[in-house]
Design a protein around this ligand. Sequence first.
Ligand SMILES: Cc1cc2nc3c(=O)[nH]c(=O)nc-3n(C[C@H](O)[C@H](O)[C@H](O)COP(=O)(O)OP(=O)(O)OC[C@H]3O[C@@H](n4cnc5c(N)ncnc54)[C@H](O)[C@@H]3O)c2cc1C
Length: 434
Amino acid sequence: MTLESWGRYPKSTSTDIVHFSWPFSELPKDRKSFISHGQGRSYGDACLNNSGTVLSTKLLNRLISFNSETGLLRCEAGISLSDILKFSVPLGWFLPVTPGTKFVSIGGAIANDIHGKNHHVSGNFGHHVEQFELLRSDGQRLICSPKKNSEYFYATIGGLGLTGLIIWADVRLKKISGPFIKMDSIKFSSLKEFFEISRASDKDSEYTVAWLDCVASGDQFGRGIFMKGDHSDRKGRDKDAYKSGFLTVPFDFPNWALNSTSVKAFNTLYYNKQQTKSVTKTVHYDPFFYPLDSVSNWNRIYGKDGFLQFQCIVPKVDGEEAINLILKEIVSAQSASFLAVLKEFGDKESLGLMSFPREGITLCLDFAFRGEETLKLFRKLHDIVFDNGGAIYPAKDACMTENEFRSCFPKLQEFTKYVDPKFCSDLWRRVTDK
Ligand SMILES: Cc1cc2nc3c(=O)[nH]c(=O)nc-3n(C[C@H](O)[C@H](O)[C@H](O)COP(=O)(O)OP(=O)(O)OC[C@H]3O[C@@H](n4cnc5c(N)ncnc54)[C@H](O)[C@@H]3O)c2cc1C
């Protein structure tokens, strides 16, 4: 059966999907290979397994226990962040780290050691995981923590689902007063100004991120809107959440719908919608963290051929120049979409052997897939990233080469010792000789 990730590129044909659920059993012995699949929100091929079995965790979706004194939550690994928030926010607890969508599973959050707008303060998701249970294809069930089976703990955080199936995890949540965020949005007119605002804001704001206009050229090159926020003390019930998915994209847009003219028009409107340099407001956490979740199936706007996301990180030393070069390349290609994000990561060292986050500047944006033209642009962007000692995020990637992958992850050799011999993904086959 054909399976797609969020980017819908590449397509992959699995032999079958096994829905893993309580009461937990062993993995079927007669299958050739497995990969776990949470909510399928990774963009490339990390959750796909061509000619193999996909282990869906959609039914592993229960909360197991919660300590309201300490915020320690035990839950099954297929539960979504959205379901956790529904339970925890009314009790005054929030996710310690959250990505730009709440429709990802705990297993996916651990396997990609995801990051959020508070990386400079809180690090990655893995920093807040205390232990989990890992099921291996030989039937072993390992409780993994920094003290127990620690080698599997560090290999599984950011381990791309290759060390086995996470069944449940203990995650420490963060105390909040209510569901609101006090936020500022500040317009910037150049990359230089972005870096000035970012460095000042990272000292006193928990959440920071910027939207970048990736088609603006000339004296508008590098313009965007910087957003920073903190949990507000304002109390309130969670009832004001806007309905995620209340808009839906019912069909695949034709390829021509998204082009440089439509993206330019959108970006100009978006940039100019805010008329003053800066605006302060208090908003519900939903539009602050998850603006895209209000439109279900928004990935269809890229058409049936899908899209690729490019997310790189470059070290801060010379990073401003590298981002400048990358952006110039992107602007001259005039093929980026309106979704472009720029953020500086802090210096908290990742726990996972294969975690992507590291100190530096990360840029992330989408490109509709237009065959060789898109792949050629990615090759140019990758060259700049790797010439500058940077890395590409596997959760978003669909075209990194084996050499590039190796240079992103210096602990790759150590990691391979813990890969389950029966676990494999399309990504893993692409970037190794498996
Ligand atoms: C709109 C949008 C915004 C995003 N923003 C961010 C962001 O800000 N920061 C960020 O870091 N990421 C971001 N992402 C990427 C996303 O957070 C990751 O790809 C995440 O891993 C997806 O989780 P999932 O449950 O959908 O996992 P899947 O995509 O299904 O799988 C991802 C990986 O996790 C493994 N996996 C899943 N479940 C298990 C399990 N139970 N045991 C072992 N391995 C498992 C899979 O094998 C695969 O390798 C974003 C994605 C979208 C669509």
